[in-house]
Design a protein around this ligand. Structure first.
Ligand code: MET
Ligand SMILES: [Zn+2]
Length: 771
């Protein structure tokens, strides 16, 4: 590059792409259902991009390259996969006549086909966003097979916006990949770096030709400890940015490193010829003077505004960080710590929240304003002094607001002893539960939810609007519970569930019924693909005023002689899927939730419920990205679950459920939960987890999922039999449970019935072979 363009003084790392009213979800799902064609989908996607660009520009991001080109139809990792042509061989050739991976190929990778499972999905760093895992092997042919990001840039440009195209960086791409099915043992996707880089260079050349002044290469994997040795990663980073910066035609390069401090890799990036480096100065720290000296000549894009949580920024603290950077003599500009794809669009939409609570919050649009204010501070401190003082005043008032600290909650926490966290020995519990439950070998069960039909959703909407009475709503839910119970009886399940029709969401439902939380109306964030969640806001001390789930569980149990599982969401998941107060340790907040759940469990037991499942699908999600921080996290998270469950009597069987992760790393923690039975996602990874369970010597009940519920495909009986066959080879049959990977709420009834029927039939087949 001869002349480096100026990096915008205020920018965002990324912006929500689902649309302010989830327009993308609606368009994509309509496309999948065959209700709209590709052209209509394209029009909807363009409209979302345009609305976002106008909004960001109005909010003050009007320098060239300030607006991030982070729109995606499904996932930013899948975007990279389709751009560089990394289609796993098992899909065959998905390219169209023009040699491109078009939108149909794209969705095939995301959703699978009749024969092929989709790409595996796993969580994106310590967020609740899930990406599609690339499968890379020696056979992978890399070539430029999509121009989508170039076209998106051109579209924005034709409307007057010079955006900053986003691409997942090559090192992170390969570090997030897994070895393909055909790869030899020990194969490392990173070994394909040399073959990937030319495709990236080609893409950069196209972006430059289209007029992009800056491109953002996102390298979050560099802030997380990896299995690959650091020296190899350093070499890969150095090599990547040597190749990419030496390309003749390219935009200026910003490398972004969200989710924590860059530490050992900062000098490596500093030594490269990239033009700008983003650092997470919210979760990470301001780099030392020595580190900053290495960055001379580059623009430092300081992520001082948290992109991952919703609290109003302490502008005084951020301004001090920026001042320190400026004083060190670096060229500094202001940004968010991460993409704001992890927060909702706009606090101002939440008119049902109190003005007080709203004043404590900053969603994506408010974060833009914060970034703009802080960039003004760098130029002229006087210009933003009033805004900074106002933020300080609001944050101070939050500390003493009603409900933020409740003396009775604090007293109860202070009185906990080690005994509050322990049950009897497992052998004792097991004997008591065998007597109480009398289950067959390989007991069958489901994870809790049954399809949330449009009738259920519309009943809830009508009840919320007052169109039907609460009594009517309750009756409709009871009818649904009866249908779900009858279906399970008919299919032959051993342990039943009520189906959770009354729950809009497994966390929000509890948030709505506990003190200390508030819920939003429009606060959606993308979870994966077209799926969005609406995280609740945990802002105060948590208490339970009355029983939450007991009436439903009692009613469901009254319909059957089989055991009915009580169904609760665990403290860690409630925290992980809410926006959580940042003014006290997470462990204290988790224990407050744990105590509320403990009371609920006591009430369920009193109502005659013998099996209680406490879901912790998010246990892995909050795991710190640096190994040195993990033990402390696992300690408080596991303890909060134990606090919730340790009040149960020996004969009550406590289940837990985990999904969305590789479990190897947290298997000790899963063991530490001390649940009697653990169900785990396993079908997408084709039972990988049983090796971990075997190696660990996991000794309690376990149900590795045999049916991937994230895709609409129905697993055949033979497929389930085969998965179970694998499972019994690694886990003693007397410990084994049979269940789907996760709840069924996103599925339709037709495919659910067929899949569950196959599951029960396969179990009978495998049971018959047990001796
Ligand atoms: C994401 S885990 C879901 C667990 C919950 N019990 C359900 O079945 O939906
Ligand atoms: Zn699950």
């Amino acid at each position: 590059m001869s002349n480096t363009p100026v990096f915008p003084s205020a920018s965002l790392l990324g912006y929500p792409r689902i649309g302010r009213r989830r327009e993308l979800k609606k368009a994509i799902e309509a496309f999948w259902a065959g209700k709209i064609d590709e052209a209509a989908l394209d029009t909807a996607a363009k409209e979302i991009q345009l609305v976002a660009a106008r909004r960001l520009s109005d909010l003050g991001l009007n320098e060239a390259a300030a607006i991030p080109g982070t729109f995606s139809y499904y996932d930013q990792v899948l975007d990279a996969t389709t751009h560089i042509g990394a289609v796993p061989a098992r899909f065959g050739d998905l390219r169209n006549a023009a040699g491109e991976l078009d939108i149909n190929a794209y969705f095939t990778l995301a959703r699978g086909t009749g024969e092929q499972q989709p790409l595996e999905m796993t969580k994106w760093f310590d967020t609740n966003y899930h990406y599609l895992v690339p499968e890379i092997g020696p056979e992978t042919n890399f070539s430029l097979t999509s121009n989508r990001i170039v076209e998106q840039f051109e579209f924005a440009k034709s409307n007057g916006f010079i955006t900053r195209p986003y691409l997942l960086g090559p090192v992170t791409y390969l570090l997030l990949s897994k070895a393909s099915d055909g790869a030899p043992a020990g194969f490392s996707p990173l070994s394909r770096l040399e073959d990937v880089l030319p495709v990236y260079a080609e893409l950069l050349a196209l972006l430059a030709a289209a007029g992009a002044s800056w491109v953002q290469l996102d390298e979050p994997a560099l802030v997380a400890d990896q299995d690959v040795p650091l020296t190899e990663i350093q070499a890969a980073v150095a090599r990547s940015y040597e190749v990419l910066t030496s390309a003749a035609e390219r935009p200026a390069i910003l490398v972004s490193t969200p989710f924590g401090a860059l530490s050992e890799l900062l000098p490596t990036l500093a030594a490269s010829n990239i033009e700008a480096l983003h650092i997470d100065a919210f979760k990470g720290a301001v780099p030392s003077a020595q580190e900053l000296a290495l960055l001379a000549g580059k623009t430092v894009v300081a992520g001082v505004v948290d992109g991952h949580n919703i609290w109003r920024n302490d502008l005084a603290v951020s301004a001090a960080k920026l001042d320190a950077l400026k004083a060190a003599g670096v060229a500094v500009t202001v940004s968010t710590s991460t993409s704001t794809q992890h927060v909702p669009h706009d606090v101002d939409e939440e008119t049902t929240l109190s003005t007080e609570l709203r004043s404590w919050l900053a969603f994506a649009d408010q974060k833009v304003a914060e970034v703009v204010t802080l960039s003004a501070h760098l130029v002229d401190p006087a210009s933003s002094a009033a805004a900074i003082a106002e933020a300080s005043a609001v944050i101070a008032s939050r500390a003493t607001a009603a409900g933020v600290q409740r003396p009775e909650v604090r007293a109860r926490l202070a009185a906990l002893t080690p005994a509050s966290f322990n049950r009897s020995a497992f052998a004792v519990r097991e004997a008591a539960q065998d007597t109480a439950l009398n289950l067959p070998p390989l007991p069958t069960t489901t994870i809790g939810s049954f399809p949330q039909t449009s009738e259920i959703r519309s009943a809830r909407a009508r009840a919320n609007k007052g169109v039907i009475t609460n009594g009517d709503y309750e009756q409709l839910m009871k009818d649904e519970i009866k249908r779900v119970v009858n279906l399970q009886e008919e299919l032959g399940f051993d342990v039943l569930v009520h189906g959770e029709p009354e729950r809009n969401d497994m966390v929000q439902y509890f948030a709505e019924n506990l003190e200390g939380f508030d819920v939003t109306v429009h606060g959606w964030v993308q979870s994966y693909g077209s799926r969005c969640t609406r995280p609740s806001i945990l802002w105060g001390d948590v208490t339970r005023e009355k029983a939450i789930t007991v009436d439903w569980a009692e009613y469901a149990q009254s319909l059957t002689n089989k055991p009915m599982k009580g169904m609760l969401t665990g403290p860690v998941t409630i925290l992980a899927w809410s926006f959580v107060r940042d003014d006290q340790p997470l462990g204290d907040t988790a224990n407050q939730v744990g105590l509320a759940l403990r009371d609920e469990i006591a009430d369920l037991e009193a109502a005659g419920i013998k099996i209680i499942q406490v879901d912790e699908p998010a246990l892995r999600e909050l795991l710190p990205l640096r190994r040195t921080d993990q033990a402390a996290y696992l300690d408080w998270s596991v303890n909060s679950f134990r606090l919730a469950t340790a009040g149960a009597v020996d004969g009550t069987q406590i289940h837990t459920h985990l999904c969305y992760s590789e479990f190897g790393v947290i298997i000790d923690a899963i063991d530490g939960l001390d649940a009697d039975v653990t169900s785990i996602e396993a079908a997408r990874s084709r039972m990988d987890v049983v090796n971990d369970l075997e190696a660990h010597g996991f000794g309690r009940g376990v149900g590795p999922g045999v049916y991937d519920i994230h895709s609409p495909r129905v697993p055949g009986q033979a497929e389930v039999t085969e998965l179970l066959g694998t499972a019994v080879k690694h886990v003693p049959a007397r410990q084994l449970w049979v269940n789907p990977d996760c709840g069924l709420k996103t599925r339709g009834y037709a495919e659910t019935e067929e899949s569950l029927r196959n599951l029960v039939q396969a179990t009978r087949e495998v049971r018959a072979q047990l001796v």
